[in-house]
Design a protein around this ligand. Structure first.
Ligand code: GLY
Length: 373
């Protein structure tokens, strides 16, 4: 084990939680190997397809663990899964890939490049960045999220967490065009997705020819004007990362504003409900993945000098640890996550991205600050 000395005096529950999470990832590596995971069924992670947007997170968890565990099998399994993902780029159906090439290639190729400087990892990340860039529609000034007739002109808040792929591409290539395009998307997203009360829309539809805003949709939230908790978490973290890459304090200010609203709405709940404005928010299914991603966003804000953020992240992670972590009869690191409640899918389960952000937060508290984002 090669865990650096924590930069603050970590409470024992936190070091215990970190050790338990690392053990759980090791156990999953033994039971699942080089796989693509998404949501548990009856506590167990079934195998999923490389095409699904979450396919980068399990190899990403393996990559995170390599920062503190030198077992060479971890990196080998992560690379095997990354190779399967890379095959999609050369597949006849490559046009089915969408904006989530960020979620797929940042925890895999980009992370491996950050950790090893491997040239093939850099190439894979750059190919994914070019694909993401190609989704930008000048009319509307947004990256379009998905493919197919029914999703034309749909842009979603989640894209803010795919933009780090573009910022990284500029950093590694020296070509400003990637970051400039990310900033163009951010300008539109800040105006069109973040409401005056600092809650966020999930989906906004734009006319693909005129760029006119057509409508906001509820998407995975309860309603067009609701407050889908994971969407707000994507905004908190994505904006904070944009501030880190660009040095633009406006992104930090907007991230802080959404974080303040997230924390205020969450105050009575502990573990966030799947939507803060669900009619039954007090008793509705929780979404621990929203809490984990928001905690990582707060830790990013803390690294940018935000004085309150570290303590706020710690409180969130403590709640997740007490109420959700290491379900005894399950594979996941966090129970009580909710994927797509309006669609009736992935309710009160473990979600691999919730597990990923929980472990990332624990590592950040331990001073392992290099993330894939
Ligand atoms: N990116 C889809 C989700 O957050 O569920």
């Amino acid at each position: 084990m090669n865990v650096p000395k924590p930069q603050f005096s970590a409470p024992s529950w936190l070091t215990d939680a970190h050790a338990a999470a690392a053990d759980r990832v090791r156990r999953l590596a033994t039971t699942h190997g080089a796989a693509y995971l998404h949501a548990t069924e009856a506590g167990r992670y079934p195998l999923d397809l490389a095409w699904w947007w979450t396919s980068g997170f399990w190899p990403g968890l393996l990559n995170l663990l390599t920062k503190e565990d030198t077992d060479p099998r971890l990196a080998a399994l992560a690379l095997q899964a990354e190779n399967g993902l890379t095959a999609l780029l050369d597949h006849d159906w490559f046009e089915e890939l969408h904006h989530d090439v960020g979620f797929q290639f940042q925890p895999t190729a980009v992370m491996r490049h950050k950790l090893t400087s491997a040239p093939d990892a850099r190439r894979r990340g750059l190919v994914a960045a070019h694909l993401l860039m190609g989704r930008f529609n000048v009319a509307g000034g947004v990256i379009e999220a998905w493919n197919g007739e029914a999703k034309r002109g749909h842009s979603i808040i989640d894209t803010l967490m795919n933009l780090p792929l573009l910022f990284w591409a500029t950093e590694t290539s020296g070509e400003p065009r990637f970051a400039n395009l990310a900033r163009a998307h951010l300008a539109s997203a800040i105006t069109e997705f973040i409401r005056d009360d600092d809650t966020t829309h999930h989906v906004v539809v734009f006319d693909q020819m005129t760029g006119d805003r057509v409508e906001a949709l509820g998407g995975q939230g309860a309603a067009p004007d609701s407050a889908w908790s994971r969407g707000m978490a994507w905004a908190i973290y994505g904006l904070a990362i944009a501030a880190r890459y660009t040095g633009d304090p406006a992104y930090r200010t907007r991230s802080r504003a959404v974080a303040d609203r997230f924390l205020a709405l969450n105050d009575p709940h502990g573990v966030p409900p799947w939507d803060f404005r669900a009619p039954d928010a007090a008793t509705a299914p929780r979404d621990s993945s929203a809490g984990a991603a928001a905690a990582c966003g707060l830790l990013e804000l803390a690294d940018l000098g935000d004085p309150a953020a570290h303590g706020q992240a710690l409180a969130l992670v403590e709640t997740l640890t007490e109420r959700c972590a290491m379900p005894a009869s399950g594979d996941g690191l966090l129970a009580h996550a909710t994927g797509k409640l309006p669609q009736g899918q992935f309710i009160d389960v473990s979600l691999i991205y919730g597990d990923y952000y929980y472990f990332e937060a624990l590592q950040r508290f331990a001073g392992l600050k290099e993330t894939c984002w």
